[in-house]
Design a protein around this ligand. Sequence first.
Ligand code: SF4
Length: 214
Amino acid sequence: MSNCETNTNRNRGEGGALREGAELIDAIRGCRICAARFAATETRHAPRPVVWFRPGARMLIAGQAPGARVHESGRPFTDPSGDRLRDWLGIDAATFYDRDRVAVVPMAFCFPGYDARKADLPPPPVCADTWHARVMEMLRDVRLTVLVGGHAHRWHLGRRAPVTETVRAWRDHAPRVFPLPHPSWRNTAWLKRNPWFQSNLLPVLRQRVQEVLR
Ligand code: SF4
């Protein structure tokens, strides 16, 4: 086969992947599976899927679900949790929001609403059951996966274990996968109790992020 034919086939393959990616993104954006569930929450909101990935991304941030602020903004991690996560990764907002390099795929694409204590409800499992495997199939160039919080740990690592235990065992998964706690302010006390996270894990993670995004 000539170089010209090889390039043509490659271009067809890339074009097909991009087209399939665009179709999948459109399908998720139009998803309303949880409309009745969200209408029954205190906020009575409608689904608003926050979809932030493209097929060629090299780093995947597997999160939990959008919070109320992200539900409003339509962009992932536009809140203090996002500021802390970007600090942990050692990247600025421009890099973080470059979808050609960084994909953000939560376990549910929509804000789930609040529970009685005003804490975010867990991501509805139907979302991951419906979409997650198809999205992962699309993200074939990912070289680094950052798992944010216990829900992402469970789906991607396939094991149920306390978050601290999973994060403490980060060397078992590095350098391709790094399990992290959620960067929410609710985990500030956890960070104080576990100083090894900042002193041991984060420097290695930041170096890996630089290698992958270079
Ligand atoms: S959370 Fe997921 S399954 Fe539910 S409406 Fe949003 S995109 Fe659809």
